[in-house]
Design a protein around this ligand. Structure first.
Ligand SMILES: *Cc1c(COP(=O)(O)O)cnc(C)c1O
Length: 488
């Protein structure tokens, strides 16, 4: 290469390095950005107790679109105000104490700091070789959850992005463990109830099993799977030459919080050689309470289970855990290698997340779970979960006092209820309940979602946020009382 060509190239490299420099802000610029961002976080947190749980907005965040991606940078303070106004404000606020809709979220501050460090260090947690400490941390968390569920030392698992992906990992493992091939799919039978989360059927379809037979097993008056109906269904399917394969129970159904009778289902699954999966995305971490342990008895006999730390452990969205009783089966479904991976030698006895899930490169999700558990210890988690169970019972009794018709006593922390007028208004019950839920959402201080149970429009109160306390439940009751008063 000639000297002039080389000089030109070096000059070009210097220019490019300078132009790329804003990607790596120096200490002063970092401090400025951090101060702005932390100030926004503080503005949010200092108002959180009075932050409406749902914010109806005209623009629905469309102001974000006023700032298209372009060559030019935008001032940080201005961007943060756009973010606060257009992104953080509109819609639901799962971190708010009055958020009692769907399954509430959390957003532990400790986790946010863990995410910050995970992002700054960009620690790679996919393979032991590249992030030995990170992988040990994740394995330790998975082992802790496996212990909570009563799984043997043979178990393994994965911290996925949420319950849906965790369910998908469990279902593909169940598929491969039973050596199902495409020829078997139309004969393979899955047993669940109408209360099963839709992510299970979605996972079946994504796993290629859209042709599998799905049996909606009858439920009892408490929305729990009827084991006699399960046995009958399996017997009938065997008689018809089908292959009973997977039983998916709910440990905390999303709509009602109902926990299927896991012990009795485990017995049927063992007798029938079916894979027994427990969807404990919502209810799993109630295992930290005495009541939860009673309710979920039998989960220790399942083949796989999912528990969402972003629900019952109050983590920010983005953490769902799958555990599988036999690590070999989980690994057999997910383990692959490539030539470019040859340096990533396998350490005897240490499993790597990349071998146990479809992901290779992933967020270092362990840190946001480890940090709060370490900084706070387990005690406050147990207390918060026990508080939610008690709040649900409290709400159940009080809402009944107000004259609402309630569903069954809560298994966990979800209460279903509806206004059931007699006389000429009876035919308008669905419409009245919809109006009540809409009015609450429009007010926004309390947000409860609705569902259809037994064909009837039903309101549900889900207590799971760590900021939700007695005062918020009392506010919910007061607003409901006002709604009822307005009816007459
Ligand atoms: C939330 C939930 C899921 C889905 O989990 P995501 O984290 O939302 O993907 C699955 N099953 C149950 C019972 C749930 O409550």
């Amino acid at each position: 290469m000639s000297t002039t060509t080389k000089d030109a190239r070096l000059a070009k490299l210097r220019a490019l390095e300078r132009a790329a420099q804003p990607l790596d802000p120096g200490a002063n610029r970092r401090k400025k950005l951090r101060t702005l961002v932390f100030a926004a976080a503080e503005r949010f947190l200092r108002r959180i107790d009075s932050q409406r749980a749902f914010v109806e907005s005209e623009s629905k965040g469309s102001g974000v679109l006023d700032y298209p991606i372009s060559e030019q940078p935008i001032d940080a303070a201005k961007l943060l105000s756009v973010l606060e106004r257009e992104v953080i404000q509109p819609g639901g606020h799962p971190a708010s104490p009055g958020y009692l809709a769907y399954i509430p979220g959390g957003g532990l501050y400790h986790s946010a700091l863990g995410d910050y460090l995970a992002a700054v260090t960009d620690k790679y947690a996919g393979v032991f070789f590249a992030g030995p400490g990170a992988v040990r941390m994740e394995n330790m968390l998975i082992r802790w959850v496996a212990d909570l569920a009563g799984y043997p030392p043979t178990a393994a698992g994965n911290i996925a992005s949420g319950g849906s992906i965790a369910n998908l990992i469990a279902i593909t493992t169940a598929r491969d463990a039973h050596r199902l091939t495409s020829a078997d799919y139309p004969r393979a039978v899955v047993y669940l109830t109408e209360q099963a989360h839709h992510s299970i059927q979605k996972a079946l379809r994504v796993a290629g099993l859209a042709e599998a037979q799905i049996r909606s097993v009858a439920i009892d008056g408490r929305y729990r799977m009827r084991v006699d109906a399960l046995q009958h269904a399996i017997a009938a399917d065997r008689a018809a030459g089908l292959m009973p394969w997977l039983i998916a129970a709910a440990a905390g159904a999303t709509d009602t919080g109902a926990v299927d009778p896991l012990g009795d289902i485990a017995t049927v699954a063992a007798k029938e050689s079916c894979w027994f999966h427990v969807d404990a995305a919502y209810g799993g971490f109630f295992l930290l309470t005495d009541h939860g342990r009673q309710m979920l008895r039998g989960i220790e006999r399942s083949d796989s289970a999912i528990l969402d730390p972003h629900k019952g452990l109050f983590l920010p969205w983005g953490s769902g855990m799958v555990i599988v009783r036999d690590a070999r089966l989980l690994e057999a479904s997910n383990n692959y290698s490539g030539n470019y991976m040859q340096d990533a030698v396998r350490e005897a006895g240490v499993l790597s997340p990349a071998d146990l899930s479809p992901e290779l490169t992933k967020h270092f999700r362990g840190l946001r779970m480890w940090l709060p558990l370490m900084l706070a210890g387990l005690k406050p988690f147990r207390a918060a979960l026990e508080e939610k169970l008690l709040l649900a019972r409290y709400f159940y009794d009080e809402v009944k006092e107000l004259g609402f018709e309630t569903g069954p006593e809560p298994d966990l922390s979800i209460v279903t209820f509806r206004w059931a007028p007699r006389g000429p208004d009876a035919a308008r019950a669905d419409e009245i309940n919809r109006r009540i839920a809409d009015a609450l959402r429009a007010d926004g201080r309390i947000f409860m979602s609705t569902t259809i149970l037994d064909g009837k429009f039903t309101i549900r109160m889900a207590a799971l946020g760590f900021r939700t306390h007695r005062r918020d439940i009392d506010l919910a009751l007061r607003l409901l009382r006002e709604q009822v008063a307005a009816l007459s």
